[in-house]
Design a protein around this ligand. Structure first.
Ligand code: GN1
Ligand code: MG
Length: 344
């Protein structure tokens, strides 16, 4: 807790004034809730993943300034500045930390239970993209290079595979399935290299647990986890929603028979998304809607499997096979989505 105390000093807060607990189900950062007279969320940024954390702060300033002018009532959740006016403060080990206000009477969910939740959350993520539709995309910088570039992720998977030793034996089925899905990577390449999808400022991490809901009304309050708010394509956001909303179980589920397509949730998600984004989407974007969920599910299968093959260096795990379980889960989901979302 020593680094935590030294960070709190920089905000003129004292650890003794709070009950501090680790929260959240993210795979990358460490997140703490500080409960006190005023409550906060304090987060240690993973500097191995975000090599230049200042880019996050720069993007958020850019978005925040734009939104304040053009959509002044929009609730855009940025962090609290430290006493010296910084968005991030560094501990002695060089880790960046940031502090957010805790918004009372809100909650996150790890699973969509009703079409209404899917509609609301999708509309909330889509609203952010629409509000940034006319912002200058080139003023935003990638906080992780080629983050959702399927071509790169396929190459990284192949590299991990070439150097995986015995791990390929346990992972043989998943490896085969990833290779069998290579045509999706070709399809991505054609879609993106063809230049038919406009580059937009997108959230890039639209999992269901990155939306705050009001505990009482059940309505959405805001989106959170804005580290990857950066240039990309709408398929990244829509796709990650399909990946995490439509299936009744999470990516951690080992019982693959529970992975099914909930059509009513998919339809509500799409309707909520289009309620905001519909008017600004191009024809090419509309045509790519069925591809989005498959692409993002596949990219996660490749990323989880590559991480397993290289010895679990990226995602936080609690047991050795976890990334392999996640990959098998996502590959089953990919099958289910492919069966339910034909493209022609
Ligand atoms: C990571 O840390 P978290 O859970 O917000 C990952 C996302 C994945 C997600 C899978 C920076 O997000 O891309 O979709 O795990 N974020 C990064 O659960 O790699
Ligand atoms: Mg995230």
């Amino acid at each position: 807790m020593a680094p935590l105390n030294s960070i709190l000093d920089k905000y003129s807060l004292a650890a003794g004034d709070f009950v501090i607990e680790r929260v959240g189900s993210g795979h990358i950062h460490q997140t703490y809730k500080l409960t006190g007279k005023h409550s906060y969320i304090l987060q240690r940024v993973n500097k191995n993943v975000f090599r230049d954390p200042e880019l996050i702060a720069a993007n958020l300033r850019e978005a925040s300034n734009y939104l304040k002018v053009h959509f002044p009532t929009y609730r855009f959740l940025t962090c609290i500045q430290s006493l010296s006016g910084q968005e991030m403060e560094y501990d002695v080990e060089g880790y960046p930390w940031r502090l957010f206000p805790y918004i009372e009477n809100t909650m996150t969910i790890d699973r969509v239970s009703t079409p209404e939740e899917a509609w609301q959350a999708a509309a909330e993520f889509a609203r952010l993209t629409r509000y940034l539709d006319k912002a200058e995309v080139n003023n935003f910088q990638p906080t992780i290079q080629r983050f959702h570039d399927l071509t790169l992720r396929k190459e990284q998977f192949e590299l991990a595979l070439s150097d995986a030793g015995d791990r390929v034996l346990e992972a043989a089925d998943s490896i085969r399935q990833c290779q069998a899905a290579y045509p999706l990577a070709d399809q991505y390449e054609r879609l993106v290299a063809g230049g038919s999808l406009p580059r937009r400022v997108v959230h890039n991490d639209t999992k269901i647990n990155n939306v705050l809901f009001d505990r009482i009304t059940g309505r959405t309050v805001a989106v959170i986890d804005l580290d990857t708010l950066m240039p990309g394509y709408f398929i990244y956001d829509l796709g990650d929603m399909v990946r995490t909303f439509v299936c009744p179980v999470s990516e951690e589920e080992k019982d693959l028979s529970l992975i099914v397509f909930r059509r009513n949730i998919y339809e509500a998600l799409l309707e909520g998304y289009l309620s905001e984004m519909g008017p600004v989407m191009t024809i090419a974007e509309r045509k790519a809607i069925p591809f989005a969920g498959k692409m993002m599910t596949y990219i996660m299968a490749l990323r989880f499997l590559a991480d397993y093959l290289r010895g679990n260096t990226y995602y936080h795990i609690t047991y050795p096979e976890q990334n392999l379980v996640r990959a098998a889960n996502q590959l089953k989901l990919l099958d289910v989505l492919s069966a339910n979302l034909p493209e022609h």
